[in-house]
Design a protein around this ligand. Structure first.
Ligand SMILES: NC(=O)c1ccc[n+]([C@@H]2O[C@H](COP(=O)([O-])OP(=O)(O)OC[C@H]3O[C@@H](n4cnc5c(N)ncnc54)[C@H](OP(=O)(O)O)[C@@H]3O)[C@@H](O)[C@H]2O)c1
Length: 325
């Protein structure tokens, strides 16, 4: 008889990592246009940490005012199709897929149903499930913003916060677009970021960027730590300032400081699409992007992965091995 329950990492209240507990919940059944994925690997990302903590408060207006409406977090996965709804034509049972769940969340579980039109693609053969689960969060975010900035070959691009999930994907994707990439991170991550392809790496604990003068065509601030005025100062005329993690205050400052400067601010929420998943798969297959895994946790250690992510100094991705080798 087929199992009707599965293990999932569930949080019933906003708050500390310890509130995330592995529980038995109903195993989902695919609707006509959905596929049922058996999840081999997922990741705990900054988005999971923010949702769990309800930070900023506005999270509650979308995800539940008093308690989380979606008690299973998880926005990325790599796994295998176990069943398909009767109208599904794009994928078959046995296909290995990876991608993002968008607002559905729910990937911190053994199984998840997603629409066949979701932000998914076939997992490249040269990636393990763990590696594939490390691509979509940073990869789709960075791809979205670098495309919005229209990065061109030969441009000078600075990635601020280069050792995080988004930053390290941005370094690699900007390089694949032909840009000259300067990456900014802390001392302990300099060699690691250089090994993933940055042309130059700057240690933010030792260098004051505001003294640089205007020299970059695109600045992608991935972590909301660089003062907006410093960012504007080091952009060339016509340069693009991507505020990928900005809250309202920084967006207003960015808008104000770029208003009369001939520079352009880009902010907002990255879209997760099947096209982006396919694009990342192609980059991975051709070796132009490598999975950046800081640590791998067992499913039972997921609260530990949340705590590591909360710390704000995660290196690359906190991957969770859900099942299989
Ligand atoms: N707009 C969107 O659609 C979108 C999508 C995804 C994520 N985001 C946002 O993007 C942000 C980054 O996400 P992430 O997943 O990449 O985070 P992450 O993986 O948790 O990485 C955080 C990084 O911040 C770096 N950092 C901490 N303090 C720093 C400082 N003072 N200066 C420079 N770097 C510093 C750390 O590097 P060191 O250890 O080297 O300091 C660490 O690598 C989050 O705020 C997230 O909410 C936005």
């Amino acid at each position: 008889m087929k199992a009707t329950t599965m293990k999932a990492a569930v949080y019933r209240r906003y708050g500390a990592p310890e509130l995330v507990k592995i529980e038995a919940v109903d195993k989902p059944v695919p609707a006509d246009h959905e596929i049922l994925l058996k999840i081999h690997a997922t990741a705990v990302n900054s988005a999971d940490s923010r949702l769990r903590r309800a930070d900023p408060f506005a999270v509650r207006f979308v995800f539940g005012l008093f308690r989380p409406r979606k008690p299973i977090l998880g926005g990325v996965l790599s796994g295998v199709v176990e069943a398909v709804g009767k109208n599904v034509t794009k994928y078959r049972v046995g296909d290995a897929l990876f991608g993002a769940t968008a607002m559905v969340m729910g990937a911190h579980a053994e199984y998840l149903c997603l629409p066949e039109s979701g932000a998914l693609a076939h997992k490249p053969d040269n990636l393990s499930h763990e590696e594939a689960a490390a691509l979509p969060f940073g990869g789709m975010t960075a791809l979205y913003f670098l495309r919005k900035a229209g990065v061109q070959s030969g441009q000078k691009v600075l990635i601020y916060g280069a050792s995080g999930a988004v930053g390290i994907a941005a370094v690699q994707i900007a390089r694949s677009m032909g840009a000259h990439v300067t990456a900014v991170c802390s001392t302990g991550n300099v060699d690691w970021v250089a090994s993933l392809g940055a042309d130059e790496v700057i240690d933010y604990t030792r260098t004051n960027l505001s003294t640089f003068g205007p020299r970059f065509d695109v600045l992608y601030e991935t972590v909301n730590k660089l003062p907006v005025t410093d960012g504007v100062t080091i952009l060339r005329p016509g340069g693009k300032l991507i505020l990928g993690a900005a809250l309202l205050k920084e967006m207003l400052a960015g808008g104000w400081h770029t208003l009369f400067s001939g520079k352009k601010m880009i902010a907002g929420v990255a879209a997760e699409t099947a096209e982006a998943a396919g694009f990342l798969a192609d980059l991975a297959e051709t070796g132009r992007i490598k999975a950046a895994i800081g640590r791998v946790f067992s499913f039972e250690q997921i609260a530990e992965a949340h705590a590591w992510t909360d710390g704000g100094h995660k290196r690359g991705n906190a991957v969770i091995r859900v099942c299989g080798p």
